[in-house]
Design a protein around this ligand. Structure first.
Ligand code: SF4
Length: 336
């Protein structure tokens, strides 16, 4: 297993007191697998990514275990983690313009991680930079190497970010909304590039997105997060065909389908509760049309619906789909 995250919790200090941002997050990523983490803003997706590499504010309280290639990296010093970052684990963020240094050429910025993490000579580094520019589909690499970020389009800048991330051939790539700031055509090209990279390398990828369409394009497995907790997890096809959690169903309802008029798209009423206003039971209860009494008092545990498909919702009971039985809570909801 490439990455094993076990009961990761994160608390941040806000207005003088600690609030839980992530609550016992557990998941795995295998080599060559692309795992999507989805949810609306404020669900904890980006914080999950930043917690893996401990890119957190100073007073953050992080609990739980992160194992990378069998090593418990959650116990590493910041210095030891820095050696992994940009080398074995790379990250791509939403806005390439703020991630790139406007004062340095594209070539220098791609070369930087080679300089930091490899023993390549200057000539070897230049050759690798040109090859990377080529790999991410950028034309006229020989000229581009000396250009500055402001001379490039948004899509080109995001390709540069991908080239930087790929420079040291990482085993794990974490992408946080890599296509959100791009227009639809460029978004499609970047997703195509991600799929090409996925096919050509054995890299594990974590794709953080609010967009189920992006998940459908590139992911093998999907983790749905709501208010700092995982509420559903399973293979992409299974989640799309057979979503169980009412929140996942709401997210899928908001994807435009062929032939559907835009104004008929479903959306989930209400907003994600703030960490300082977290409720006792199911955190989705205030927005859920199936909410029952138990939902407001006890948080539902994560249960297996069938192999590799789990959800945390009182509508279901362990192995619901294996024997076709209806859980008593589901029955209660039907009678509600
Ligand atoms: Fe809705 Fe209850 Fe399931 Fe939460 S546990 S999603 S409130 S039915």
């Amino acid at each position: 297993m490439l990455l094993n995250v076990n009961e990761l919790s994160l608390s941040l200090k806000r207005a003088g007191k600690y609030s839980k941002i992530l609550d016992q997050i557990s998941f795995q990523v295998e080599e060559g697998e692309t795992v999507g983490i989805v949810g609306e803003s404020g669900c904890g997706k980006s914080m999950t990514a930043l917690s893996l590499m401990r890119l957190l504010p100073e007073k953050a309280l992080l609990e739980g275990e992160v194992n990378f290639q069998g090593e418990k990296i959650s116990g590493y010093s910041k210095r030891k983690l820095e050696k992994i970052r940009g080398n074995q684990v790379s990250m791509i963020f939403q806005d390439p313009l703020t991630s790139l240094n406007p004062l340095h050429t594209v070539g220098t910025q791609i070369e930087e991680s080679l300089l930091l993490h490899t023993k390549m000579t200057k000539k070897e580094r230049r050759k690798r930079v040109l090859q990377l520019l080529n790999d991410v589909g950028l034309p006229r690499a020989e000229d581009l190497i000396d250009e500055y970020p402001h001379q490039l389009s948004g899509g080109m800048r995001q390709r540069i970010m991908i080239a930087i991330a790929m420079a040291c051939e990482p085993q794990l790539l974490i992408c946080d909304e890599p296509t959100t700031a791009l227009d639809v055509t460029v978004q499609a090209q970047i997703l195509e590039l991600m799929n090409k990279i996925k096919k050509e390398t054995q890299m594990g990828i974590i794709m953080i997105t609010h967009d189920m369409g992006v998940v459908a394009e590139v992911c093998d497995r999907v983790i749905v997060m709501y208010a700092g907790k995982i509420v559903e997890e399973g293979p992409v096809l299974e989640i799309f065909q057979n979503p169980k959690h009412p929140y996942t169903q709401g997210l899928l309802d908001s994807i435009p389908k062929l032939g559907q008029r835009k104004e008929k798209l479903g959306s989930i009423p209400g907003t994600v509760p703030a960490p300082e206003n977290m409720v006792v039971g199911c955190r989705f209860a205030d927005r859920c049309s199936h909410a029952m009494d138990i939902c407001r008092t006890v948080h539902p545990p994560m249960i297996g619906i069938k192999e590799n498909h789990q959800t945390a919702c009182w509508l279901y009971e362990e192995g619901d789909e294996k024997d076709g039985s209806i859980g008593s809570h589901k029955l209660e909801a039907a009678l509600h």
